[in-house]
Design a protein around this ligand. Structure first.
Ligand code: ADP
Ligand code: MG
Length: 295
């Protein structure tokens, strides 16, 4: 099912325009919403999840007019907010059984089947008897997914789920999300480019409440092929390089020199050699040109 967002705008009471006339169409599969802190990711997600109202605009999910028929959307929605509250001292299994009861699954055997299924999908079956309060960050995030799966949602929204996870937990979490995403639309926000690279078939870059680019990871890197250049410089040369070239990023080498990556249609100077573009380059180009336009 398709999610269409049209001319969406949200201004908070303090005057911050968090969403600025945003238009976006999202199909099925894994959709990555990539943007820095303050870009408007959480605001957009809360608005789609019907937890807050925009000033203007419309949101359509399949047949559902989201802003008019909030209950209809909530029935097919699974939403995992950026920060999750405190969990009671209950095992994952007992807590999920309780949530399933709240959702109206009356038969005990139906609940057992359902709870077992979501525990298995999220790789928590082995630790089902442990208290969720004692889970690691990554396990809590996977529990959040288990919980929203009880609904059998058609649309899943997860807000920065990998923030603060260690590499192994992050990897495990992304695998779970990948599996879940084969059956429905998943919108996933992050400020980590690698999350999008590993997971998403489609992506949008959000900044200042606007979509800077709506693309696919492959298409986006393909489009800048032959335009990313690199060279090694001394660390005190960085400032002059930045003044002369469109420097996207710089990374320290062990000997205190820097590798810089520059965006240019043609070889900027003889010392530069061309390298394969990465999704980071795409992200930095989009953000840099946006800052230059709005500055
Ligand atoms: P992100 O999730 O991408 O970090 P947010 O949607 O949280 O972005 O925030 C977008 C902008 O709106 C930021 O400038 C933020 O400070 C502001 N903002 C978010 N929530 C509120 C709020 N409840 N009241 C006022 N300003 C807010
Ligand atoms: Mg956020």
């Amino acid at each position: 099912m398709k999610l269409s967002i049209t001319n969406l705008t949200k201004t908070y009471k303090n005057g911050v325009k968090a969403i600025d006339n945003l238009n976006l169409e999202i199909g099925t599969g894994m959709f990555g919403l990539l943007g820095p802190n303050g870009a408007g990711k959480s605001t957009l997600m809360r608005t789609i999840a019907t937890l807050q109202s925009p000033d203007s605009g419309s949101i359509q999910f399949g047949e559902i007019n989201v802003l008019k028929d909030k209950m209809a959307l909530r029935k097919v929605l699974g939403y995992l907010p950026q920060s999750f509250g405190v969990y009671p001292k209950m095992s994952a299994e007992a807590l999920l059984d309780y949530f399933a009861t709240l959702k109206g699954v009356k038969s005990k055997t139906d609940r057992e089947t359902l709870v077992k299924e979501v525990l298995e999908i999220t790789n928590l079956y082995e630790v089902r008897k442990k208290e969720v309060a004692g889970y690691s960050g990554g396990m809590k995030q996977r529990f959040g997914i288990a919980q929203l799966l009880l609904n059998n949602p058609k649309l899943i929204i997860v807000d920065e789920p990998t923030a603060g996870l260690d590499p192994a937990e992050r990897h495990r979490f992304l695998n779970v999300l990948r599996e879940v995403g084969t059956n429905c639309s998943v919108i996933f926000s992050t400020h980590i480019v690698d999350d999008v690279k590993e997971l998403c078939n489609e992506m949008a870059i959000l900044n200042g409440g606007r979509i800077l680019q709506h693309t696919t990871p492959t298409e986006a890197t393909e489009a800048i092929k032959g335009k990313i250049w690199t060279r090694i410089i001394e660390r005190d040369e960085l400032e002059s390089m930045e003044a002369t070239f469109n420097v996207l990023s710089s990374n320290y080498n062990q000997d205190n020199t820097l590798n810089i990556r520059v965006y240019a249609d043609e070889q900027p100077a003889p010392e530069f050699r061309t390298v394969a573009p990465q999704l980071d380059d795409v992200y930095f180009i989009a953000l840099k040109s946006d800052t230059e336009v709005t500055a």
